[in-house]
Design a protein around this ligand. Sequence first.
Ligand code: PMP
Length: 429
Amino acid sequence: MSENDRLFARSCELIPGGVNSPVRAFGGVGGTPRILVRGEGAHVWDADGEKYLDYVGSWGPLIAGHAHSDVIGAVAEAAKHGLGFGAPTRIELEMAELLCECVPSLEKVRLVSSGTEATMSAIRLARGFTERSRIVKFEGCYHGHADSLLVRAGSGLLTFNQPSSAGVPVEVAANTVVLEYNNDAELKAAFSELGGEIAAVIVEPVAGNMNLVLPHPGFLALIREQCTASGAVLIFDEVMTGFRVGARCAQGVYGVSPDLTTLGKVIGGGLPVAAFGGRAEIMERLAPSGPVYQAGTLSGNPIALAAGVATIKLTQAEGFFEKLSTVTQALAEGLSRAASEAGVAFTAQAIGGMFGFYFRRDLPSNLTEVKQCDIRSFTRFFHGMLERGFYFAPSAFEAGFVSSAHSMAHIEQTVAAASDVFGALARGD
Ligand code: PMP
């Protein structure tokens, strides 16, 4: 038995499903997850000593690759001064200044420790601010695992074909209105029927939890318009897209300004940091300034913030996103070319350092279309690539991530291996 298999079997005895977050379990693709022991640059190593080129990047945070010297250096330096205080610190202010400088819609921010906390708190704040209860979300978008958001959600819920969670009271779910992504007509109809009752619309401005789905031209602007007209709070959930698709996040790419933004992943550089922020008038409703309660023992932890500040600074360097986009785009184009040469129905796209690929002929624009992908082919592709040393997300419903440590040479190696796998798929062996 390999060391991987042994460790995972033992983990299954003590941890439900052997994992601390569902998609890690390989449930969508079968087989045993790799127990990872080390990462450096674009690569990770498993417990059996196998090396993989990594396209998961800790599910998004590692935009500068594994163990970047600036990030590790900042963490080591911060750790010398103590691991946490539960009192205001300089680095919290530094992070708040950095976020507000980089993202113009942020006038005030509050730091938390996970994306789930950020979205859950933003929803509570929007409800407190508007004194309304209903929220609108889009099918296939995932906003963490707070009760009101686990309704027809993406990510692990899609992977396990269980779009809404057990344990969420119907009364809670009843306040969540779910619409189709990129469907202008449905959005307008929902607002004309319920407009005055909607506290907030929460949306992934680029959807990355049902594979990758880009917003149609005008879709985000229409949401903005409807929210403004009805007094609903517009929340962009940029936990995944923040500092991942551009230096000013997805709102900078699309030129639409939300009232509140949630951030996570990259802003912690691999450690647990997330944030929500936006218009001062709304943020001032938070305790202790206002009546909406929100708190956290480890919020603003100085070690985590050291990693986050160092990582965000790397993304603000001249040309960072140009290079990252070029490499990521080359991956999407290379995979598409290789598939087309082999005669496999396949398409791919990229934005910033994020990519999606789909075993279907056309790019999907909503969850129904994503679900039309050939999952069997995806599964065979996933395992074929893993055997060859390329680590993609173990689910057809997750976006992929490229870091600044990925080079064109890495992309060429990936495309060459993919050609092999597509050839085998086309031959049916
Ligand atoms: N929102 C989005 C868009 C996400 O992608 C995720 C996590 N993948 C979350 C919220 C939840 O973040 P966390 O897993 O840190 O709780």
